[in-house]
Design a protein around this ligand. Structure first.
Ligand code: FES
Length: 141
């Protein structure tokens, strides 16, 4: 039987846990592209490894994944407005886009926070950790 500490070591995937740090180095299926079917559609919650994230498709069709809570005062961006190429917080109106590096283009990793990879209708997400030799799902087939 595992001790409480051993069980936590083997199962907990929160930030700064050993398993959580390992899991964040791999591509994880986050959502199907039809969950955000059209430009400026409502954002959807994407909980991954205990982190609260929100995905949206902007006016130009680019997909972004950002932390759910606004970096200003923590309001949920799930209730934000998806408009004019960004997700606007409903409280004070800050807009989340590529200017603050919380935004990624579909199929092109350019985010410091969350990378996305599109494959067969599924969006894979990964915390952006630059590792030499890290592979995408397509490359690992
Ligand atoms: S809480 Fe989001 S802009 Fe202030």
């Amino acid at each position: 039987m595992f001790t409480k500490r051993q069980n936590a070591l083997l199962n907990e995937t929160r930030k700064e846990t050993p398993l959580g740090e390992v899991m964040r180095r791999y591509w994880i299926p986050a959502l199907m592209s039809e969950e955000i079917p059209e430009p400026d559609c409502p954002p959807v919650r994407v909980p991954i490894l205990g982190e609260e994230l929100v995905a949206f498709r902007d006016t130009d069709g680019r997909i972004g994944v950002v932390a759910e809570h606004c970096s200003h005062r923590g309001t949920s961006l799930f209730y934000g407005r998806n408009e004019n190429c960004g997700l606007r917080c409903g409280y004070h109106g800050w807009k989340m886009d590529e200017l603050i590096n919380t935004y990624v283009r579909l199929g092109t990793i350019c985010s410091i926070v969350i990378g996305l990879f599109y494959w067969r209708g599924c969006l894979f997400a990964r915390k952006q950790i630059q590792l030499a030799g890290a592979s995408t799902p397509e490359q690992s087939e």
